[in-house]
Design a protein around this ligand. Sequence first.
Ligand code: ATP
Ligand code: MG
Length: 338
Amino acid sequence: MTHTIAVIRGDGIGPEISDASLRVLDALDAGLNYDFVDAGMTALEKHGELLPAATMAAIGKHRVALKGPLTTPVGEGFTSINVELRKRFDLYANLRPAITFPNTKARYDNIDLITVRENTEGAYGSEGQTLSPDGQQAQSLIRVSRRGSERIVRYAYDMARRLGRKKVTIVHKANIMKTTSGLFLSVARDIAKDYPEITSNEMIVDNCCMQLVMRPEQFDVIVTTNLFGDIISDLCAGLVGGLGLAPGANIGTDAAIFEAVHGSAPDIAGKGIANPCALLLGAGQMLEHIGMPDKATRLRQAIRDTMAARDRVTPDLGGTGSTSTFADAIIERVKNSP
Ligand code: ATP
Ligand code: MG
């Protein structure tokens, strides 16, 4: 069976890491066709707009996109193209895996967790933010809905079940934020009952941060609201050695976009030295999403083995390889794996 996905190669280092990633995907024989579309600076230069209708149509049609980092120029209408995409496709679930790989600056070597962050409500809504005219009083609104909580928690548990994950930790602050976090927690407790084979536990967000730093191996899947999820997922990226290996997925009912967490890195663009792994790991999440978890596992194992051997790895990992030789090294291992 073949799958067509939309590919946005992106700005800065985007084209380099995208091309490397697609070569690795091809080596996996995932049967993917690519529909190349533009967004960001590249789209502005080529088509005069940041998010062309053809790009939106391709994502809507194929329902899956692999996206390189995008630059949002100041004063072009959006604060961020990424936020705009999230809104337009109602990408309510933000998934951020944190996995340790060998020969990195990771603080632990046994982390394999996924943060599932609610991406559309909570403390990050734009409405209800006010500042008094004298600048002395600021206010914002936190909105949590039963529907919003249900769909994110349900997503986290279904994903855990699909990927054979054993445990879901519900992170909240219901002891203080009794209404908003309270509603989220009570919805989550109810949904947890539908998944008896998965261990569920609850943790207050401040304790969760301490536990993540001290005993991260106890976590498997974390599900939480927008603000807590934002902070926790970066904390986890730090635990495994920074943003260089951090992928992310934004999932909605009708579309899903897979990406690297890092930006377009203009300082190294065009030099051929960008590490393609964050985007490649995003591609791994994509393979899981479209029903090819075995290929995702093979991909991650090939990256792991390449890093363990320090074979042609890029300068950010202490090597002298290039984006494309690093990809070559991963491809060799992908081809030799069962
Ligand atoms: P943007 O404005 O698009 O966010 P940025 O320069 O802030 O671009 P970041 O991803 O935030 O991009 O980069 C922060 C630093 O990390 C930069 O010095 C960049 O070179 C480096 N970096 C980011 N991604 C990679 C990568 N894939 N490989 C190697 N270095 C990277
Ligand atoms: Mg940046």
